[in-house]
Write a protein that binds this ligand. Structure first.
Ligand code: 5GP
Length: 128
């Protein structure tokens, strides 16, 4: 079971942002910017493009809903989107609130926010 499957199953704690029966969204533990969110399909597939066409379309539709909430909850100019998958072999979409393009530099040092701040951000997104 991937670490993200265990997070979606509630076996490993996370700052949950949104979920339905086939998708789960939670804060990245080392965000590029406050509110950096990961969106995953519950079905464990490593490579995004190995999802079925329907699963792929549904994942992006779910990510869109999360991005709309994220934009309301975390002031930003845009919500940036990226797919890498170089670290965790469970397909996921990065949603990153951006003030400028430098907020989405995958080689820059990541943030480590206090638990209370992560909690506050996650619940603001969830209730947006
Ligand atoms: P990628 O696989 O797209 O290259 O990067 C994986 C992302 O998942 C990274 O941004 C990393 O910070 C995040 N990540 C890795 N392990 C965990 C974890 O256990 N919990 C959470 N919330 N995020 C994680």
């Amino acid at each position: 079971m991937s670490i993200f499957s265990r997070i979606a199953a509630g076996e490993i704690p996370s700052y949950k942002v949104a979920a339905d029966d086939r998708h789960f969204a939670f804060l990245d533990i080392n965000p590029m910017a406050p509110g950096h969110t990961l969106v995953i399909p519950r079905r464990e597939v490593d490579y995004l493009f190995d999802l079925t066409p329907q699963e792929y379309a549904d994942l992006w539709a779910f990510a869109r809903e999360v991005a709309l909430k994220l934009k309301k909850a975390v002031p930003c100019k845009r919500v940036g989107v990226a797919v890498l998958g170089m670290e965790v072999p469970h397909a996921h979409i990065h949603l990153v609130p951006l003030q400028s393009e430098s907020d989405m530099d995958f080689r820059a040092p990541k943030l480590s926010l206090p638990a209370e701040e992560m909690e506050r951000i996650a619940s603001a997104i969830a209730s947006a």
